[in-house]
Ligand binder design. Structure first.
Ligand SMILES: *[C@@H]1O[C@H](CO)[C@@H](O)[C@H](O)[C@H]1NC(C)=O
Length: 280
């Protein structure tokens, strides 16, 4: 009796340990924004949405951005049009991008059940869909803002100078993905594909301007608008350094998970053997 409880407990802990091991680079959750209005199950909209999400999941191994539409031709019933897109952080490999988008597609229905419109931002990718066409349209609505509770010590002079260097880089240039660092401060910025280059520039200069004023001497801050985002952090703020970009932390996490998984497996084996011995 006692032993089977121990066995069950070991099995459960093994499972709990192995779940994080499945986590891939760039898959940390940042935000989910769900439109409150719900579509009826098995509606034409749902079948269009399913087809858009399937196309998105398939396309993510080929490119870092794509948008899709379904149910928007004249033969489709009214109200069935669905539009969707994904954007991976441009420094992810195609395998990482694909894994991130698959993960987002798998989660969005759980986070925003039956929502007519939803955005799910993971560390490495954005998934967004709606019942109206939004791809390529400049929209600088703030969706998510976060300031670290940790603040720069002292008068922050050095910190502000470095941070403003980084924000200056992120707010200028033509690239859709921008990376910068100055001293201990690092950051990156990303536009959603489909925007014109001019709209990307406008979006990022607004994001950076808001970010500059949003968080005072916070050591790390994120600002996500509908079509672009900018983030910065101070090295050492995230344990394991470069993990705001989703690298180190995930690698360490995966290694630890594998080691603990092996240990749990050995423990399980020991319990099992002693159980068999008693039974014989
Ligand atoms: C459906 O929407 C997409 C995206 O806006 C557009 O490219 C396509 O032409 C539309 N299809 C029809 C039949 O209107």
């Amino acid at each position: 009796m006692m032993l089977s409880k121990v066995l069950l407990f070991s099995l459960l802990s093994l499972l709990l340990v192995l779940i994080p091991a499945a986590k891939t680079a760039g898959s940390s959750f940042i935000y989910a924004a769900c439109f409150p209005s719900r579509y009826p199950p098995n509606s034409p909209f749902q079948s269009s949405l399913d087809s858009v999400l399937t196309s998105i999941a398939n396309a993510a191994s080929q490119s870092s951005y794509a948008s899709f539409a379904a149910g928007n031709d004249s033969s489709s019933p009214p109200g069935s049009a669905a539009y969707g897109l994904f954007q991976c952080r441009a420094d992810l490999s195609s395998g990482e991008c694909s894994a991130c988008v698959q993960s987002a597609v798998g989660q969005v229905g759980l986070l925003c059940p039956n929502a007519y419109s939803a955005s799910l931002q993971l560390d490495g990718c954005l998934l967004r869909y709606a019942d109206e066409d939004f791809a390529g349209k400049l929209d600088t609505t703030v969706v998510y803002k976060k300031c670290s509770p940790e603040r720069s010590a002292g008068d922050g002079g050095e910190f502000f100078r470095r941070r403003d260097d980084v924000l200056g880089d992120l707010g200028s240039g033509q690239e859709y993905f921008r990376v910068s660092s100055s001293g201990a401060v690092e950051g990156y910025a990303q536009c959603v594909g489909g925007l014109s280059s001019g709209d990307c520039t406008a979006c990022l200069s607004e994001a950076v301007e808001r970010l500059r004023n949003a968080c005072g001497p916070a050591l790390a801050a994120d600002l996500f608008l509908q079509q672009c985002y900018a983030r910065y952090w101070t090295s050492g703020y995230y344990p394991g350094a470069a993990d705001a970009a989703g690298y180190t932390d995930d690698d360490i996490g995966r290694t630890v998970a594998i080691i603990v998984g092996i240990l749990a497996g050995v423990a399980l084996l020991v319990v099992f053997i002693s159980f068999m011995k008693k039974a014989c």
